[in-house]
Design a protein around this ligand. Structure first.
Ligand code: NDP
Length: 454
């Protein structure tokens, strides 16, 4: 059996060794999941809701432990990690309301009645990335379980620790064996097996557009439904009539949070030319004020990158002649990279089009509303974005004009568990979260019942 050595990204010290599943073990877990599905689907809606509430409470009791595990495994700041553990609790609690609300329709027809049912799909395969190991896992497994499916979940090799703990908490809360299993392993082995296995009824994937494309092709061969949450190159559009101080003060956190390893990172800042110089002056002070330090420190606002490989990848995007200014980062061990601000002049520059997934942002001026929308849409991606203006009509026009799934006016929020989340264009397919998420894990069944006298 092969193993993976988990490193603390802030210190490069070994945290633990994780055993990786092979294909036979993956198949055995899928068989257990299929078996568990046959009884989980028959658990009454009220009991399924009660078990999910107990799961949410178990997560709540373990929040600090989960957060500390994420600091150790992923280098997330302790503040972020606490939020993430709380988010998992809230997501499970929110979807614990769903089993009793999977309401079908009663459709008028002649000679009978017609009703629809939302039937669970079966075994759902969730493939999770390393950037937000806890929340992204829960956005998949919570609504899937609520709708009566069982779940096999593959965490990223780099960050398996919190997912493994969540599976234990589910068991502790009384969720039956086999209903929610976490299977550490390689994407090319365990993840690929989810795609290929006939008993996995749906794939939910978050990660790179390249792997997402491969997964979609694999699912197409088997007519297997798939939800994809992929990359982003989101624009933060700052108009001259906005509260420039607030826009500049918040812009670093909209891109450097989680060291920029965020699919919603506002990694392009578009600034109206008449406000450009003032914005850059304010933005420089804000970037230099970002506290980049040991992630367990209560004051930390940004930690390290996840791995040496990711640090090399991010460094490969930097052309020193484009660097306007930088923030700070610790020296020594750990995969540190300072917040970095670029001012590319060529609209085709790769830093304006490729997902860097590190603390790097490119700033570009624009002349008017139409040009702002055109530049924002000059991307294969369309996940999120922000619009800063004090003109409500303009805010709405630009929000409607930008091709992205999650926009935020005079703020940078992207993900609320009770609102839908997902991307346009190469940023993905389908939506997670919000009130409709459980329906993405069901098939609609139509049943006609004759009332004709025989
Ligand atoms: P990947 O897309 O390779 O990884 C995401 C998940 O998919 C991991 O669990 C991975 O497993 C798994 N996986 C990899 N290959 C396959 C496969 N053939 N079949 C099934 N599952 C597979 O992302 P990377 O970790 O390589 O990151 C590279 C870049 O991707 C980042 O720099 C960033 O730009 C982007 N990315 C975007 C994310 C987002 O939230 N939109 C999240 C993560 C990355 P394992 O890692 O264990 O092999």
């Amino acid at each position: 059996m092969s193993t993976f050595t988990v490193l603390n990204p802030a210190t490069e010290e070994v945290v633990t060794e994780i055993q990786l599943l092979d294909i036979e073990e993956t198949d055995a877990a899928i068989a257990r999941s299929r078996e568990a599905f046959l009884s989980w689907r028959t658990v009454s809606p009220g009991d399924r809701a009660r078990l999910l509430r107990a799961f949410a409470e178990a997560v709540d009791s373990d929040r600090e432990n989960l957060a500390q595990l994420e600091v150790l495994n992923s280098g997330h700041t302790i503040g972020n990690a606490r939020w993430e553990a709380g988010n998992v609790r809230d997501v499970i609690a929110y979807y614990s309301g769903s089993p009793e609300r999977l309401i079908g329709q009663q459709i008028p027809v002649s000679d009978g009645i017609d009703v629809t049912f939302h039937e669970p799909l079966g075994v759902v395969g969730a493939i999770v990335p390393w950037n937000f190991p806890m929340p992204i896992a829960s956005w998949g497994f919570a609504p899937a379980l609520a709708a009566g499916n069982t779940v096999v979940l593959k965490p990223a090799e780099l960050t398996p620790m919190t997912a493994i703990r969540l599976a234990q908490l589910a068991l502790d809360a009384g969720i039956p064996e086999g209903v929610f299993q976490v299977l550490p392993g390689k994407g090319s082995v365990v993840g690929q097996r989810f795609v290929d296995h006939p008993d996995v009824a749906k794939i939910i994937f978050t990660g790179s557009t390249e792997v997402g494309r491969q997964i979609m092709a694999g699912c197409a061969a088997r007519i297997k439904p798939v939800t994809l949450e992929l990359g982003g190159k989101s624009a933060n559009v700052v108009f001259a009539d906005s509260d420039l101080e607030a826009a500049a003060a918040s812009a670093p956190y909209a891109v450097f949070d989680n060291a920029g390893q965020d699919c919603c990172a506002r990694s392009r800042i578009l600034v109206e030319r008449s406000a450009y110089d003032r914005f850059m002056e304010l933005f420089e002070a804000a970037v230099k004020g970002v506290v980049v330090t040991a992630p367990g420190d209560e004051k930390a606002e940004m930690g390290p990158l996840i791995s040496a490989g990711q640090r090399d990848r991010v460094a490969g995007f930097i052309d020193e002649s484009q660097v306007a200014f930088r923030g700070s980062a610790p020296d020594g061990a750990g995969f540190w990279f300072p917040p970095t601000v670029l001012t590319p002049t060529d609209p085709g520059d790769r830093v304006l089009h490729e997902e860097i997934f590190g603390p790097v942002v490119a700033v570009v001026p624009f002349d008017d509303e139409a040009e702002a929308i055109r530049i924002a849409n000059d991307s294969d991606f369309g996940l999120s974005g922000s619009i800063w203006t004090n003109n409500v009509g303009k805010a709405l026009r630009v929000s409607r004009g930008i091709e992205a799934g999650n926009l935020s006016v005079n703020s940078h929020s992207s993900v609320r568990y009770w609102t839908p989340f997902g991307g346009f264009k190469s940023s993905g397919l389908g939506r997670e979260l919000g009130p409709d998420a459980p329906f993405a894990f069901t098939e609609t069944k139509n049943v006609f019942i004759s009332t004709k006298e025989s």
